[in-house]
Design a protein around this ligand. Structure first.
Ligand SMILES: Nc1nc2c(ncn2[C@@H]2O[C@H](COP(=O)(O)OP(=O)(O)O)[C@@H](O)[C@H]2O)c(=O)[nH]1
Ligand SMILES: [Mg+2]
Length: 387
């Protein structure tokens, strides 16, 4: 495992003794990956901190990964911290970027080494870590609308039960229009990742989350709230929220406070539930898609081979063996290109035109080479006689 350094290597801060896996053991359950997403300031980092503390208290030490290159302080013990691998300020300078470009590029650079993170995680069994928690950059689009975010999400979901946790700042979503925009964003992520989804209504210590639950369960209640809003947005919101109705039907929502720790047990239950969904719905679908892809790749390869074979059929077979003289010479001497030309089919009338090219000059070479062999033989004999 790489040591912590300022280089580009992905580093793991975890104590290897904790993470030691026994290869002789029968393969056990792997950790569950929890990807924390949400708007800037929704409380992702605070939530990861609270969840980590909660799991520690229950003696279920999680594996924590910080993917935010621009965070000043990480308030939880991170096993892998993107900041150990990529210096975001340096990236800004080197690539002449602003803060947002710097964050995106840092994450892109990190994604190119994500296979190393995968290999760290691959060694883990649920007995070491039941959960691997990922904190993402402050600005949600850095992760959800970048190639690196997709690469990381797909890499995780291809090997581990992976669930997406969408964190909402409940206190800032009391306006129906803001609430709906946030939910539309959540919906777009669900359709993009197709992974099991949990909506965490955070900051319940400021505002109770029941209003949001009611809005999702009962469209009339939401409409009533909208009636107070006379802006042109409200009619758009009304029709959009009807679209969201189906999304709400199968949505897991949990109200939590990352500050007080309220709702953490419910959240854990929701995670267990989502893992079952991953195993029963996402995984078979993923396996099917993977199989389709492999089958397609195999067919393409087969077609290419067929084409190559057809092309070969148009010409004549090329002799690949060396003749006995050449073989003997090879055995007694170091190989020279000359031996190979000896093996060529002299009558062949292919493009190489060996027949014509094996001319007087080469015959002379052949004779001189024979003489050379004879000489060598005599030399050797003389040497052994002297001894
Ligand atoms: N009252 C309260 N504040 C919170 C809660 N969760 C986060 N915060 C505050 O919200 C702000 C943004 O939180 P942070 O975790 O940095 O958000 P991030 O950008 O999504 O990672 C910080 O000032 C936190 O203290 C919560 O549950 N209750
Ligand atoms: Mg954060």
């Amino acid at each position: 495992m790489a040591e912590a350094s300022g280089g580009e290597e992905v580093t793991s801060n975890s104590d290897d003794r904790i993470a030691k896996s026994d290869d002789t053991e029968s393969p056990q359950e792997k950790p569950t990956c929890i990807l924390c997403l949400g708007m800037a300031g929704s409380g992702k980092t605070t939530f990861v901190q609270r969840l980590t503390a909660h799991l520690y208290a229950q003696k279920e030490t999680p594996y924590v990964v910080n993917l935010d290159p621009a965070v000043r302080e990480v308030p939880y013990p991170a096993n892998i911290d993107i900041r150990d691998s990529v210096n975001y300020k340096e990236v800004m300078k080197q690539y002449k970027l602003g803060p947002n470009g710097g964050i995106v590029t840092s994450l892109n650079l990190f994604a190119t080494r994500f296979d190393q993170v995968m290999s760290f995680l691959d060694k883990k069994r649920s007995t070491d870590f039941k959960y691997a928690i990922f904190d993402t950059p402050g600005q949600i689009e850095v992760f959800t609308w970048s190639a690196s975010g997709a690469i990381i999400t797909e890499a995780l979901a291809s090997s581990f039960a992976t669930i997406v946790v969408y964190i909402i700042d409940t206190a800032r979503s009391t306006s129906p229009v803001t609430f709906m925009s946030n939910m539309l964003y959540a919906c777009s992520i669900l359709y993009k990742t197709k992974l099991p989804f949990i909506v965490v209504l955070n900051k319940t210590d400021i505002v109770d989350h029941n209003f949001a639950v009611e809005w999702m369960q009962d469209f009339e209640v939401f409409e009533e709230a909208l009636a107070q809003d006379t802006s042109y947005m409200s009619s758009l919101t009304r029709s959009m929220s009807l679209v969201l109705d189906e999304f709400y039907q199968n949505l897991r929502t949990v109200g939590v406070s990352s500050v007080t720790g309220a709702g953490m047990d419910e959240f854990k239950k929701a995670v267990d539930d989502a893992v079952v969904e991953f195993e029963t719905q996402y995984k078979p679908e993923y396996e099917r898609l993977k199989k389709d892809k492999e089958e397609k790749a195999r067919k393409e390869k087969e077609d290419q081979l067929k084409k190559v074979k057809q092309d070969l059929g148009a010409g004549k077979p090329v002799a690949m063996e060396t003749n006995p003289i050449g073989a003997q010479a090879l055995a007694s001497m170091h190989a020279t290109p000359f031996h190979i030309s000896l093996g060529a089919d002299l009558d062949s009338d292919d493009d190489e035109g060996n027949g014509e090219e094996f001319d007087e000059e080469e015959m002379k070479e052949h004779d001189s080479f024979k003489r050379y062999l004879e000489k060598e033989k005599l030399k050797k004999q003389a040497g052994t006689n002297q001894e």
